[in-house]
Design a protein around this ligand. Structure first.
Ligand code: ADP
Ligand code: MG
Length: 601
């Protein structure tokens, strides 16, 4: 393993640019070097967010004295064995990092090569190398970078606060650690340990899950679905978070190509596409996805910081990611994130015995029983929801009847009651389910609408009295321009003149809907998208807007039959565990959880 200068023709083909923008980029380059040197433990120290000191120590194969001198030169590397920029097997390959760092900071390089008796050290300041000196150190390498950017005050100004720079470095290290679960990592700010990721001692195949759990937290482990797919020699593994475990930014999406952490637009776009039906566009899923493909299928030499890549066949990669995630989500079915249940549970607090409300007397209770209305009138007779697969009998079933035994076998149990005209309470053998009726119904309507739309057109339901919606000339014109597509989705409207539209029919799956609200929201969507032309592409969003105005809103009373139909619909509708806005449609309180609330366990 000796270091040499790369041939000029190769240098010219290497994506050039500023490699070191901030402390975190130096950390990345140094730790990548340690990993390339087959280190099993890597310790990083960052003082003042890396501005006064970045030190990286490893137990890798080290460098001999002559290599120490060469390593600091530009375009010197021990990697790229056959001058082959196609089959890149190391994290580094440009021979630029150490030279770049040494040109903007004071660097000390100390190393002892495996098999050597002695360690050597060399200092560089302002690009000028000092003398090679013997040093005392075990096998491995230690790089100390002091006063980063002291030579380039302009760059110094762009550094953020110590805390921000430290956080960036933590993120870099976490990503590297996720791709190398058999290596121990630590990061200290000079005073205390900020990150400690010891190597997993058990079976290597469990190491990754263990490492992901350590980096992403237990919530992720408990709420993620395994990804495993392969297409045309390209493999995708990892974990996809349930949609309910979403975040405001994509910062917690960890994407890797051949164990290299990347920020690739194609890949993140595919992830977004995979979740598009279950998350609104401003929410992001938590994903750790590892793409493995033959090196000749991907070009990592397109970006100076090696963060972007280019795929030979991007269509296959995109398709693989989308289908693998969608498949995993569909398999998870109506699972909802357990964190939310945990949060809900945390909101309960055990009673202390001192209630404010006076206890009702036994007499008051029996009077209340006698006064109780016959079961039928306890619920309003609700109109039939015309949902495919959710056809309800027109009348309300007598709810005083004992629970049919088979009802207990359904995953979401048997509906028992509705509270606040908003939540359905169902009983399962294992516990209690609380359903947000509006969110759940919206999800089912959306699934029915998109299915019908994909098969041709959505059936419409004529309004007995056409409804006129006043919009203003521009909005009305824009909406009318989309009339044809909207008609395919079951919404039939025409001009009423003077900036108004007349709605003649609404999408049947919605049931009785709020026509005014629906039309106004659609008009608004169209303004946001600019063009009626994009409507077809935004079909899903249009359906989502429509579904939001479906008949079962929060605040509507439901009959037991309707409630049960809702539960059964949720069980058979993929991804019904979360609504179109990524919130859960139901929470589950296990019997054990309930018992815990009462201190029974
Ligand atoms: P590159 O990693 O692209 O080859 P660098 O400038 O990062 O370029 O490093 C130059 C060379 O120095 C590497 O090719 C490697 O041989 C050597 N080197 C750097 N860091 C280490 C390390 N931690 N352990 C062993 N060798 C190292
Ligand atoms: Mg390197």
């Amino acid at each position: 393993m000796t270091i040499r200068l790369l041939p000029t023709n190769l240098i010219n083909r290497i994506a050039a640019g500023e490699v070191i923008e901030r402390p975190a980029s130096a950390v990345r380059e140094l730790v990548e070097n340690s990993l390339d040197a087959k280190a099993t433990r890597i310790d990083v120290v960052l003082a003042d967010g890396g501005q006064s000191l970045i030190a990286v120590s490893d137990d890798g194969h080290g460098m001999g004295p002559e290599d120490l001198v060469l390593a600091l030169e530009r375009h010197t590397t021990s990697k790229l064995p056959e001058d082959d920029l196609v089959r890149i097997r190391h994290l580094g390959f440009r021979g630029e990092a150490l030279a770049s760092i040494a040109s903007v900071a004071r660097v000390t390089l100390t190393s002892r090569r495996k098999g050597d008796e002695d360690a050597w050290t060399i200092r560089v300041e302002g690009g000028v190398k000092g003398a090679l000196m013997p040093a005392a150190q075990g096998v491995g390498t230690r790089v100390e970078v002091r006063d980063l950017f002291y030579a380039t005050p302009a760059r110094l100004k762009f550094l953020k606060t110590t805390r921000v720079e430290l956080a960036q470095a933590v993120d870099v290290l976490e990503r590297l650690a996720m791709a190398h679960p058999l290596v121990s990592f630590s990061l200290s700010d000079g005073q205390r340990t900020v990150l400690s990721l010891p190597a997993f001692k058990g079976a290597p195949e469990e190491a990754l899950l263990h490492r992901l759990g350590a980096v992403l937290g237990r919530d992720f482990q408990a709420n993620a679905i395994v990804l495993k797919a392969e297409r045309e020699g390209i493999r995708l593994t990892g974990w996809a978070g349930l949609p309910t475990l979403n975040a405001r930014t994509a910062a917690r999406q960890y994407l890797f190509v051949n164990d290299r952490s990347v920020r690739d637009k194609l890949m993140s776009g595919a992830v977004r596409g995979a979740y598009s039906e279950v998350l609104p566009h401003d929410r992001h899923a938590l994903v750790a996805a590892f793409l493995t493909l033959p090196p000749e299928e991907v070009d990592v030499n397109v970006h100076p910081a090696k963060a972007e890549v280019r795929f030979r066949d991007s269509g296959v990669v995109r398709g693989l990611i989308i289908s693998a995630i969608r498949h995993a989500l569909a398999e998870a079915g109506h699972r909802t994130a357990s964190t939310l249940t945990a949060t809900a549970l945390g909101a309960f607090s055990p009673g202390r015995g001192a209630f404010e409300t006076p206890r009702p007397s036994a007499r008051a209770i029996s009077q209340a029983w006698e006064a109780q209305a016959p079961p039928d009138s306890a619920y309003e007779l609700a109109e039939t929801t015309r949902l495919p697969g959710l056809a309800l009998p027109p009348a309300v079933a007598p709810e005083a009847e004992p629970l049919p035994p088979e009802a207990r076998n359904y995953p979401l149990g048997a509906a028992r009651a509705q509270i606040h005209d908003t939540y359905v309470i169902a009983e399962t053998p294992e516990g209690l389910v609380i359903v947000d009726q509006h969110a759940a119904h919206e999800r089912l309507v959306l699934a029915a609408m998109t299915e019908a739309a994909n098969q041709g057109s959505v059936p419409s339901q004529a309004l007995l009295l056409p409804e006129v919606v006043d919009l203003g000339a521009a909005e009305a014109a824009r909406l009318l321009g989309a009339a044809e597509v909207l008609a395919e989705l079951g919404l039939v409207l025409e001009s009423f003149g003077g900036g108004a539209v007349m709605v003649r029919a609404t999408p049947a799956p919605l049931g009785t809907c709020d026509v005014q609200g629906l039309v106004r929201d659609l008009a608004e969507d169209l303004v946001a998208w600019g063009e009626a032309l994009v409507l077809k592409e935004k079909l899903f969003s249009v359906c989502a807007t429509m579904a939001c105005h479906g008949s079962v809103r929060a605040g509507r009373k439901l009959s037991l039959v309707e409630m049960n139909a809702l539960l059964r619909g949720m069980e058979t509708t993929p991804l019904s565990g979360q609504c179109n806005h990524g919130r859960p449609t139901y929470v589950l309180l296990k019997r054990g959880d309930i018992e815990k609330l009462f201190g029974r366990t």
